[in-house]
Write a protein that binds this ligand. Structure first.
Ligand SMILES: Cc1cc2nc3c(=O)[nH]c(=O)nc-3n(C[C@H](O)[C@H](O)[C@H](O)COP(=O)(O)OP(=O)(O)OC[C@H]3O[C@@H](n4cnc5c(N)ncnc54)[C@H](O)[C@@H]3O)c2cc1C
Length: 469
């Protein structure tokens, strides 16, 4: 075989790998995970079962559990973990819930111990048998980090930034990453696989373009979301036996808020507004904002509470979804996960659960016979992302101020949801179905099944008879 023909065969083979037509087994030696936040840690946990060495590269210095860090600014705002995410963490880290609960996190039933208020209605509370976790984000992430860093195959390069990828064979295959150490020295680190978990600011689209690949289409919904959060010590019994109150905005009053128990007997209150209607960070403006939420539960719970810090803000201008699953070609040896793929309005607190579900997809991918064909992974996680993206973005599009096309499905669902919320105020079965969908335990289509439609209709007729139009 002459050299140009063998080069031609080599290129064809790589083309097929890049398109996901064939897979490629690797030496399973070394993997680099970019970013040591939730998605990166969970990816590292999975990969430690399949690779000899896992190196996590993280820009920040990593503090002990409970302390904030620069690379996760959202960490100052309320973070709850849905039952599905908690189950996955318990599967990946034996006894995780028990450990963090012993350390101070609050484990509570997702419906019996939580007041969910949608469209101005309080979902009927009942035991769901689904425990969720409430703790500050730095606490949860810190405990996760301790578990992952305790794995013998995992090492971490702290205060090191990833500045680019290494590629071979005319960019058809990623072979490592270029990393800048705290002194600014550049090192090339070889790897069989690189996993980008650097969050919303991920540079993979730019790196793909530099390697000569197409950049993924990015779906964007401009919501102009602003958050402000503050930590309190509440009066004893101020929330009754509940651990969470979540009030979403209504069309007439698109402000929302959530108050949740967190470790150390504290509570965190996060307020939000869309389309530039940001909650203020001065104490008086902050109090005015929560007093004007669609329901008075949060204001009543916070009355007389001792503030433990000053309100802090966060801006989330746009929900983004990079459509990696639609690319025809993608270099072997590279994957992307977590917020780096998709990041949406966090009102329903789904991001960490989605990252955990993507970690399971990563496990499917690295254990499959046809490992190393990235398009398969992206198609798999697209199915994971579809549901929370549709839930969050669909709900945002209910507000006329949010720009963007509304499909017939979005319009229909947004017309139906307030009726479902009204009926679920009296019907605990509907309430349970709804929190199961929001918590990513069940698919949303369930809520449109004949049994649910009938209950919604009956519930609304009963309400009409009781309260009039
Ligand atoms: C205000 C707010 C509230 C939220 N509330 C909830 C909630 O209640 N429940 C929930 O489940 N989710 C919530 N989320 C979503 C959740 O925070 C994310 O989905 C989750 O953290 C997964 O993010 P990630 O790990 O992909 O990225 P990130 O958390 O953004 O982490 C990216 C990591 O990469 C590092 N990094 C970045 N660039 C580089 C580089 N070049 N080199 C090396 N390291 C780098 C960063 O320092 C960071 O550690 C919320 C989000 C926001 C914005």
């Amino acid at each position: 075989m002459n050299r140009s023909f063998s080069r031609f065969l080599y290129r064809c083979a790589h083309g097929l790998v890049a398109r996901g037509v064939i897979g490629m087994r690797r030496s399973s030696d070394h993997v680099i995970v970019l970013g040591a936040s939730v998605a990166g840690l969970l990816a590292a946990r999975i990969l430690a079962d399949h690779f000899q060495r896992v190196t996590i590269v993280e820009r920040d210095a990593l503090p002990p559990p409970g302390q904030h860090r620069k690379g996760v600014p959202q960490g100052r705002h309320l973070h709850g973990l849905h039952p599905r995410g908690r189950e996955i963490l318990d599967e990946l880290f034996t006894g995780f819930t028990a450990d963090v609960t012993a350390a101070g996190a609050v484990c509570c039933d997702v419906l019996a111990d939580a007041r969910w208020q949608f469209s101005g209605y309080l979902l009927r509370q009942r035991h769901a048998g689904l425990p969720a976790l409430l703790a500050s984000r730095p606490f949860l992430e810190g405990h996760l980090r301790e578990r992952v860093f305790g794995l013998s195959r995992v090492s971490v390069l702290e205060r090191c930034s990833v500045v680019g990828l290494l590629a071979a064979s005319a960019g058809r295959e990623v072979t490592g990453a270029r990393v800048s150490d705290p002194a600014g020295n550049l090192t090339a680190i070889d790897a069989d696989l690189v996993v980008d978990a650097t969050g919303r600011g991920s540079r993979t689209p730019r790196w793909l373009s530099e390697l000569g690949y197409q950049v993924p289409v990015q779906d964007r919904v401009e919501i102009g979301l602003g958050y402000s959060s503050r930590t309190y010590r509440l009066r004893p019994g101020a929330m009754g036996s509940d651990h969470l109150i979540l009030t979403t905005g209504t069309l007439a009053n698109p402000r929302f808020g959530a108050l949740a128990a967190t470790e150390g007997g504290r509570h965190i209150l996060t307020l939000g507004g869309i389309c530039g209607a940001y909650p203020p960070t001065d104490p008086a403006g902050f109090a005015q904002f929560f007093s004007a939420l669609p329901t008075g539960d949060i204001a009543a719970a916070v009355a007389g509470a001792e503030p433990l810090d000053a309100p802090v803000r966060f801006r989330f201008p746009v929900s983004t979804r990079n459509r990696y699953e639609r690319l025809r070609e993608f270099p072997a040896g590279l994957l992307v996960t977590g917020d780096a793929v998709c990041s949406f309005n966090p009102i329903y607190g789904q991001g960490m659960t989605v990252a955990a579900m993507q970690a399971l997809a990563l496990r499917r991918y690295v254990t499959a016979d046809r490992a190393a064909a990235p398009p398969r992974f992206f198609k798999d996680i697209a199915r994971v992302i579809d549901v929370p993206w549709d839930i969050a973005v669909g709900a945002d599009l209910a507000f006329p101020q949010v720009p963007g096309p509304r499909s017939a499905k979005v319009r229909l669902v947004n017309a139906y949801l307030p009726k479902l919320h009204a009926a679920a105020a009296d019907d605990s079965r509907l309430a349970l179905s709804l929190v199961r969908v929001i918590g990513l335990k069940d698919r949303p289509e369930r809520l449109l099944g004949p049994c649910h439609l009938l209950r919604v209709l009956r519930g609304n007729l009963r309400r009409l008879a009781r309260h009039g139009p």
